[in-house]
Write a protein that binds this ligand. Structure first.
Ligand SMILES: NC(=O)CC[C@H](N)C(=O)O
Length: 328
């Protein structure tokens, strides 16, 4: 049987409440041993070891937990007696953690993130089957060389593409630009696509050499916007600002002006979009060359922030950072 390590970080999958029909509960209340005890069938598929990395709601996620998690996954997957890793995680920031690991972990072995939308004490909880399916994906040889994946609601999604699209529904996760890459039905794993954007062993980011990530803020654009949040971000010494722009990454004039000044003072400004799907295209309505901005391809703001933080550990050169947004 394959050896799988489950790293628990918290979230609703480890959540508990007082009633099966009350929507209020605490995320990250149940330990990894109890999570595993609820799904005894996974022991027929794999030798399971559990480790607790954190026990938080994923809205509390920090760069420090990301670094700790990535280093631990890297360390585990270097061992011959570990065949794959499953990470249980809250769903709020799961897409960002998944993309962070996709860019930093150096292994071809399966790395699977899983969560749930209903806590263990809810009626019809989705966590047990999601966990069972996640372990199946981690034990499957079909999962080699797929980069980091997210398993939710019988679907397999690539870390770069997946995003949370609903606040509470069990089908909250979707790869809005490209579609899911596979399905898993009571442990039956099938893939239909392989991610082409570079990941894991093919990236330039070496987590063993990164102990701190630079500050990158997200500023959300809107009608009648202001320069105030850009100025606050610059004052707080952000090295990068991701702008969640309107439409094709467009900006309110005053905000654009403040960001152009920030850029000329060495802050890297990346144009994303608040729309949710599609690319922010170079040579659109915004003259990136003149203003000193880069475009984030089709990464949403929270994923663009992850890549910009990692990119800034390597270089502040805008052309090189722009290349990274087309590569990863
Ligand atoms: N469904 C969930 O996992 C949400 C719980 C919590 N907010 C978290 O992200 O951890």
């Amino acid at each position: 049987k394959p050896n799988i390590t489950i790293l628990a970080t918290g979230g609703t999958i480890a959540g508990a409440g007082d009633s099966s029909v009350n929507s209020s509960y605490s995320a990250g209340a149940v330990t990894v041993d109890k999570l595993l005890a609820a799904v005894p069938d996974i022991n027929n598929m794999a030798e399971i070891k559990g480790e607790q990395i954190s026990n938080i709601g994923s809205q509390e996620m920090t760069n420090e937990v990301w670094l700790k998690l990535a280093k631990r996954v890297n360390e585990l997957l270097k061992k011959d007696n570990v065949d794959g890793v499953v990470i249980t995680h809250g769903t709020d920031t799961m897409e960002a953690t998944a993309y962070f690991l996709n860019l930093t972990v150096k292994s071809k072995k399966p790395i699977v993130l899983v969560g749930s939308m209903r806590s263990g004490s809810s009626m019809s909880p989705d966590g047990p089957l999601n966990l069972y399916n996640a372990v199946s994906v981690a034990t499957s040889e079909k999962s080699l060389n797929k980069g980091v994946v997210v398993v939710m609601n019988d679907e397999i999604h690539s870390a770069r593409e997946v995003t949370k699209t609903n606040t509470s529904a069990v089908n909250a996760f979707a790869s809005v630009n490209t579609g899911k890459i596979g399905t898993v039905y009571y442990g039956n794993v099938n893939y239909y696509m392989t991610p082409l954007r570079k990941n894991t062993i093919d990236t330039e980011f070496d987590i063993e050499k990164i102990d701190k990530l630079p500050r990158v803020d997200i500023v959300y654009g809107h009608a009648n916007d202001t320069a105030a949040f850009v100025e606050a971000s610059v004052k707080a010494e952000a090295q990068g600002i991701v702008h969640a722009g309107m439409g094709n990454g467009n900006l309110f004039p005053k905000t654009q002006e403040a960001l152009a000044i920030a850029s000329s003072n060495g802050v890297v400004v990346a144009r994303s979009s608040r729309v949710g799907t599609g690319r922010t295209n170079l040579h659109g309505e915004v003259d990136d060359e003149k203003l000193g901005f880069i475009a984030t391809d089709n990464l949403n703001p929270q994923k663009a922030r992850v890549l910009l933080m990692l990119g800034l550990t390597k270089t502040h050169n805008k052309a090189q950072l722009q290349e990274m947004f087309f590569k990863y």
